[in-house]
Design a protein around this ligand. Structure first.
Ligand code: SF4
Length: 397
């Protein structure tokens, strides 16, 4: 059993590592259909047993996120059982489910009508058949259109919030094509949240192999920056506020679950390869689950988790990494209260070496501008270099 903090709000993440096929760029843990066919029942039962044990009589999760993989690989009934168990003491204020367009259908509507889910996040990625096929996506343009219409229907009928994931800086994609994708998605739905991901080449993926063989060419950093700036400008024109490096919303419809990650609030992650970050008595812990859905499905609840206590420096690093991603940035008072670290003492000298176009520095916060977002890794490194070396401690659960 994972030791959960008491008396602090907790979020819950459920990982469903089942996909139809493997996308060429994907480095997440997921298994294609042939590998997981027949495991859904056992996987659901194990997940359910863990949810029940973690959901003590008084616990109401602040937010819940069911992600993957593709949660649409489970049946609506299996998903309903998981979400009912997680909300048996009361409804969470935000419950998001990820859905892939090719498996989404009206048969999932009972999750919305029963109030088990109030937000859906759909991986559209592109509206161009050629690009979709290059990415190894299983959905076509017509699948995406159909799913967008259905999602909008669900929004109208049940009042759910919608997010669509789009990918940019794809090989062969122009700025105009990327902007057209956004327009088309917003012409079908009135989604007020968009996640916009820049294609990255992750080691070990099919895309990395193709790039290594020179059969696919990706944009260099300058090309990416030019495209991103053009798209960000268009999203601003459309009324979307850029509140995190990859996330945009209207009417302050932030993803509350992700805000908790970025703020380093405690969250519990269950399922094969899921991770948790929990604060317990002023110490920070990571729990991670082995990436093997067969072992997860076959073994007893809570086996296979590894526990790591984060050193103070690791926790600070993690906070800086998350906070700099958001438009609110580093909260100087929080840094002082949570880590006894004075921002000015630790970082003011280094900040003087940064280009003033990269950041906003006030008495209370330090945050990045959009130009700064483009240089996030470099700026983060400069912050981290001001900290002492982190300790590394692993303890098996
Ligand atoms: S559907 Fe998502 S999780 Fe599955 S392979 Fe594609 S990108 Fe990865």
């Amino acid at each position: 059993m994972i030791s959960l903090p008491s008396g602090v709000p907790l979020s819950l993440y459920l990982h469903i590592p089942f996909c139809t096929t493997c996308c060429s760029y994907c480095a997440f843990y997921s298994e294609p259909y042939a590998a997981w066919k027949g495991f859904q029942d056992a996987y659901t039962e194990r997940l359910l047993a863990e949810i029940v044990q973690c959901t003590a009589s008084e616990r109401v999760y602040d937010t819940i996120f069911v992600g993957g993989g593709n949660p649409g690989s489970l049946s609506p009934d299996q998903l309903a059982r998981l979400l009912q168990a997680a909300q048996r003491n009361g409804k969470s204020r935000e419950v998001t489910i990820e859905m892939n367009p090719e498996t989404f259908g009206e048969h999932f509507f009972p999750l919305f009508s029963q109030g088990l889910v109030n937000r859906m996040s759909m991986g559209i990625q592109s509206m161009d058949d050629q690009l979709l096929s290059r990415l190894g996506r299983n959905a076509s343009r017509s699948d995406n259109i159909k799913a967008l219409k259905l999602a909008q229907q669900a929004r109208k009928e049940f009042g759910i919030e919608l997010n669509f994931d789009l990918m940019v800086c794809l090989p062969g994609q122009t700025l105009e094509m990327a902007i057209n994708d956004i327009h088309e998605v917003l012409s079908i739905s009135d989604a007020n949240h968009i996640s916009l991901y820049c294609l990255t080449v992750e080691e070990g993926t099919e895309l990395a192999r193709q790039v290594g063989m020179h059969t696919v060419q990706v944009l260099d950093e300058d090309g990416q920056a030019t495209m991103l700036k053009g798209i960000w400008k268009e999203l601003a024109n459309l009324g979307f506020s850029h509140y995190e490096v990859s996330n945009f919303c209207k009417e302050e419809k932030y993803c509350q679950h992700n805000l908790r990650y970025w703020n380093l609030s405690s969250y519990l992650g269950l399922g094969s390869s899921a991770a948790s970050t929990l604060e317990n008595e002023q110490a920070w812990y990571h729990y991670t689950q082995i990436q093997d859905l067969r072992q997860f499905s076959d073994k007893a609840p809570f086996s296979g988790y590894e526990k790591e206590e984060l050193s103070l420096v690791q926790s600070i690093e993690e906070y800086l990494m998350m906070a700099l991603r958001t438009r609110w940035g580093i909260d100087k008072q929080l840094l002082q209260d949570r880590y006894s670290l004075c921002f000015e003492t630790a970082f003011a000298k280094m900040v003087e070496t940064l280009d003033p176009q990269w950041y906003f520095d006030t008495q209370y916060t330090f945050s990045l501008t959009e130009i700064g977002f483009l240089l996030l890794d470099e700026i983060l490194l400069r912050f981290v270099m001001q900290l002492p070396e982190p300790l590394d401690r692993h303890t098996p659960l």
